[in-house]
Ligand binder design. Structure first.
Ligand code: ATP
Length: 214
């Protein structure tokens, strides 16, 4: 059986400890061999990130320099158009073959809004969903139907995530990290320190590039 790998998608404007620490704990807990950070291409009709695609990618590179668990997958950034998560997962599944166990990592906030994702019902045919805790978000799904769907797919033990390629949901017992990229951008706008919120190498890059100052 091949190793369990996972993707972790986001805007990463900027990447912060709320992304990195829960995922590092998750990796330890379930034995993830590799996490591919997947920065997304933001659709033109949606509010644009303050940092450019190149800058968001560069910040990820700074963040993972001394974190061997992580790598970066730039496929969504390289495309002209935004991609649905399900389409990216289909591509990855085709590359890796049907047997490799694959996870897609999300925070609790993303789990709660999952029913709004394009073809969300197809996600579990392609990967496991690995859910990190996030403070301030309900533990229960908003509707009984979604709660039923969640309960029906819960994994009981991490070994199951290695034994089958997709189809399970793991609610990880990860540390609660009360950080958001929005808070970081706001603190920067106000001239406040962000030293405790993201890796020093990312802060250095933000300072050099003059990001989030307006
Ligand atoms: P913003 O504040 O700009 O909306 P964000 O901090 O929520 O950004 P994203 O890049 O949108 O970060 O998030 C990518 C993924 O990381 C999502 O699945 C989200 O649930 C998860 N995530 C972000 N912050 C945390 C956190 N503090 N704890 C757990 N998961 C998080």
């Amino acid at each position: 059986m091949s190793e369990l790998h996972a993707l972790f998608g986001g805007t990463f404007d900027p990447v912060h400890f709320g992304h990195l620490r829960p995922v590092e704990a998750l990796a330890q807990q379930i034995g993830l061999a590799r996490v591919l950070l997947l920065p997304n291409n933001v659709p033109p009709h949606r509010p644009q990130p303050e940092a450019s695609s190149t800058q968001r990618l560069e910040m990820l590179r700074c963040a993972i320099r001394d974190r061997p668990l992580f790598d970066i997958d730039t496929r969504e950034l390289r495309r002209e158009t935004p991609s649905w998560t399900v389409a990216t997962l289909e591509e990855l599944r085709a590359e890796r073959g049907p047997q490799q166990p694959l996870g897609f990592i999300i925070g609790q906030d993303s789990l709660l809004s999952l029913s709004g994702w394009h073809r969300w019902q197809d996600l579990l045919s392609l990967c496991h969903l690995l859910v990190c805790k996030r403070p301030g978000y309900a533990a229960e799904m908003a509707s009984p139907e979604m709660q039923h769907w969640l309960d029906a797919h819960l994994a009981d033990a991490p070994q199951q995530l290695h034994q089958q390629p997709a189809g399970l949901i793991w609610l990880a017992d990860t540390p609660l990290v009360a950080i958001s990229a929005t808070e970081i951008r706001q603190r920067r706008h106000q001239g406040l320190s962000c030293a405790h919120l993201l890796p020093p190498a990312v802060i250095d890059y933000i300072d050099q590039a003059g990001l989030y100052l307006k």
